[in-house]
Design a protein around this ligand. Structure first.
Ligand SMILES: [Fe+2]
Ligand SMILES: [Fe+2]
Length: 259
């Protein structure tokens, strides 16, 4: 008879999702360093980044790492994270940021939206009550982060006069880029910490992505994701709201990428 613990140890969806999140969330300080430079003239926002955003993201990284250590103690997290960081740090630097504050805030909105939706789906998927509560609270944090970045986006968008088409292009450009650079990079390094003591075979990037999509599809909050993703576009003008409705319809037929 398999125990709950054994069953949960075989759950590769939670394993791969927790590993990817632990890498990305733990490396947030590299990103804050660049944001601090771009927003040096905005002390209230910097204060929020330092006192709330960075500690909460690092906390998510720690929580994911603890979950991995608790359930899969044989997983060599440091080895995998070190290998990931060696590549990831080459992406970090001033070139990591978008060219203007409004565009940078827009890309933060997309990332927060993606993280929020992934954690919400994982919370609904989890059979372990502790995991479900943890993913739920991370989802709530990401929604709060989104709101702050969205508020800043509105301010900067007005002064930069970004129009609907520019916002639309930036939104979808960021969505694709985030998947390739962030989650894709993290996923490629998860197996660097693999141990033969683990109760499952390792999955390559395509296999892990397909498994997560299949498992989370029924739990993915497509409607909320659509609304949250298109909110900055609807914000620009009447034309933006019109495009948002058109794009929204198109998105309904597109499978959401969650990992
Ligand atoms: Fe986070
Ligand atoms: Fe966040």
């Amino acid at each position: 008879m398999t125990t709950t613990h054994e069953r949960e140890r075989c759950d590769r969806v939670v394993f791969y999702a927790a590993a990817v999140s632990s890498f990305l969330e733990s490396s947030v300080p590299l990103y804050t360093r660049e944001l601090r430079t771009m927003f040096a003239g905005d002390p209230a926002f910097l204060e929020w980044l330092d006192a709330t955003w960075e500690p909460e993201e690092s906390g998510h990284g720690r929580a994911m790492r603890e979950l991995l250590a608790r359930r899969w103690p044989e997983y060599r997290w440091e080895d995998a994270y070190d290998a990931f960081l060696r590549e990831y740090t080459t992406y970090c630097g001033p070139h990591l940021l978008r060219p203007t504050p409004a565009r940078e805030m827009l890309s933060r909105c997309v990332t927060e939206c993606q993280a929020a939706m992934l954690y919400r789906a994982l919370s609904a998927y989890s059979t372990d009550a502790g995991d479900a509560a943890l993913f739920r609270s991370m989802y709530e944090d990401e929604v709060r982060h989104y709101k702050v970045f969205f508020r800043e986006f509105r301010r900067y968008r007005a002064s930069e006069r970004l129009g609907a088409l520019e916002v639309c292009g930036a939104l979808f450009g960021r969505r694709d880029k985030a998947q390739v650079e962030d989650a894709g990079t993290a996923l490629r390094y998860v197996n660097y910490g693999y141990s033969r003591e683990l109760p499952f075979a390792p999955l390559e990037v395509e296999g892990a992505t397909a498994l997560a999509r299949e498992a989370l599809r029924a739990h993915f909050p497509s409607e909320s994701a659509r609304l949250m993703m298109l909110k900055p576009l609807a914000e620009t003008s009447a034309a933006g709201r019109w495009i948002a409705r058109g794009v929204g319809l198109a998105m309904k037929f597109e499978m959401q990428v969650v990992v």
